[in-house]
Write a protein that binds this ligand. Structure first.
Ligand code: SAH
Length: 215
């Protein structure tokens, strides 16, 4: 192993240990966090912060989520057993997508900023993750032709739950989503036929899920 990779792996292990202390107990999730080089998903200038448990800017006014939140959302969706197809809204840096792709069969991810999508595609290829399909589009619409999904993970906060996303859940499927403006709550929504139940996970702070127009 090269020195750089060795260092990344040690840092990843340290981060996983920290998350385990904060209540992340899914060993598969911890292993994947430990093994994924978070530094390739951020600008070189911020590399020294890559393994801190914080959100970081990724350009275009967007952020890569805090590792604890990435782990918490992933572990929550995996709690009911293995997942086949998962839809992520808000590809951003591609880091959350990289974590998911190592734990489920196939990830579909939608991003409204073309430049971020292109960059994420290159990064995910560079670490040999190929079970990912990407789309430049509006997350409020989901990805109808690829659904319905076992799970949907929304990584930007709408002011209300997008109906189109609920429709793209399988029966028994779950969606994890931060909802709100100044104050936001992470919700876990479960579909049972045409009924949807919702459970509050915790208070969070995400960038907003912006409306419609693409850039
Ligand atoms: N999952 C990302 C988090 C990125 S921040 C990561 O791991 O880095 C949220 C992302 O959602 C941003 O990239 C933002 O451009 C995107 N976004 C915001 N509104 C959107 C919308 N309506 N449709 C698709 N993506 C959207």
């Amino acid at each position: 192993m090269s020195n750089a990779l060795n260092k990344a792996s040690l840092n990843g292990q340290r981060l996983a240990k920290r998350l385990s202390g904060e209540g992340i107990n899914n060993q598969q999730v911890l292993q994947v966090i430990a093994a994924t080089p978070r530094q390739i998903f951020i600008d070189e200038a911020l590399e020294y912060k890559a393994y801190d448990d914080t959100a970081l800017p990724i350009g275009h006014g967007q952020t890569i989520s805090q590792p604890y939140i990435v782990a918490k959302m992933t572990q929550t969706l995996l709690a009911n057993g293995p997942l086949n197809n998962v839809l992520e809204i808000g590809t951003g840096s591609g880091y959350q997508c990289a974590i998911l792709a190592q734990l489920v069969t196939k990830v579909y991810t939608v991003e409204r900023i073309k430049a971020l999508q292109r960059q994420a595609k290159r990064r995910l290829r560079s670490i040999d993750l190929h079970n990912i399909a990407m789309k430049h589009g509006d997350g409020w619409q989901g990805w109808h032709s690829k659904g319905p999904f076992d799970a949907i993970m929304v990584t930007a906060a709408p002011d209300q739950i997008p109906m189109k996303l609920l429709e793209q859940l399988k029966d028994g499927g779950q969606m994890i989503i931060p909802v709100g403006t100044t104050s936001q709550t992470l919700l876990l929504i479960t579909r049972e036929g045409e009924r949807f139940t919702q459970q509050k996970i915790e208070a969070v702070k995400f960038v907003p899920l912006l409306a419609g127009d693409l850039s």
